[in-house]
Design a protein around this ligand. Structure first.
Ligand code: 13P
Length: 252
């Protein structure tokens, strides 16, 4: 059985005091999660230290939402892998569609970050997903193939133990439109096939592939029941414990 990862991407929400209070309240649900499940929260950079403090000694892991591809130096506004590691961060979300669309991040830039994060020992959540226009014009597979292949360029099979792929169809993010469990499962199956082609069957079989896009307490179970869906990357519903705790405990 593959491992499972439920992650909350807080995006630009939660000031440090809110993040700290939230994290403390989530510990109970995370402690009751299944043995093979990892629970991750991704606060904004400034909120990370307060959350790390609050989750100390608990099973909750902390992710950053982005990271520089550079080690240090004159890069105003950027945050390095070493800074994240020193703060206690163990995961980093890279290639989120909001960063691709709003900040012009392309596959080559995302790949530099992926490789650098892995070199530094961070776990990577690499986000991929198509726009509505790409899906409707029949380019779903081509888009996923490119984003996965380019995003994982020069990543070794052994490094893949630290990689999660999040399939987030852009049209399902923050819209209340969820891909049907079957549609999501077939996209996940396609992604797994791409990984098998570029790395190996073994790597592909062990890879955690999360679904993201309007995951809520009332749809998480059906999504998680699908063969190729091994987790969720949750936006809006990760902002309240009332909604995120039942998602974390989808197995109950
Ligand atoms: P929503 O759950 O708000 O649709 O966001 C999904 C997402 O972008 C997580 O990274």
């Amino acid at each position: 059985m593959r491992n499972v990862c439920i992650a909350g991407n807080w995006k630009m929400n939660m000031i440090p005091s809110e993040g700290k209070a939230f994290a403390a309240q989530l510990i109970d649900a995370a402690s009751k999660a299944a043995e093979n499940e990892t629970v991750v929260v991704a606060p904004p950079f400034i909120t990370i230290p307060a959350v790390i403090e609050a989750v100390k000694g608990s099973p909750i892991k902390v992710a950053a939402q982005n990271m520089s591809d550079q080690a240090s130096g004159a890069f105003t506004g950027e945050v390095s892998a070493d800074m994240l590691l020193d703060a206690g961060v163990t995961y980093v979300i890279l290639g989120h569609s909001e960063r691709r669309a709003l900040y012009g991040e392309d596959d080559a830039f995302i790949n530099r970050k992926v490789r650098y994060a892995l070199e530094k020992g961070l776990n990577v959540i690499l986000c991929v997903g198509e726009t509505l226009e790409e899906r409707e014009s029949g380019r779903l597979e081509q888009v996923l193939q490119t984003q996965v292949t380019e995003g994982l360029k020069d990543v070794s099979a052994s490094q893949m133990a630290d990689v999660i792929i999040a399939y987030e169809p852009v049209w399902a993010i923050g819209t209340g439109k969820t891909a049907t469990a079957d549609d999501a499962n077939s996209a996940h199956s396609f992604i797994r096939g791409v990984v098998a082609d570029i790395l190996s069957e073994d790597v592909a079989n062990n890879l955690i592939i999360q679904y993201g896009g309007s995951v809520k307490p009332n749809n998480v179970k059906s999504l998680m029941s699908m063969e190729h869906i091994d987790g969720a990357l949750v936006g809006g519903a990760s902002l309240t414990v009332e909604q995120f705790a039942p998602i974390v405990q989808f197995n109950d």
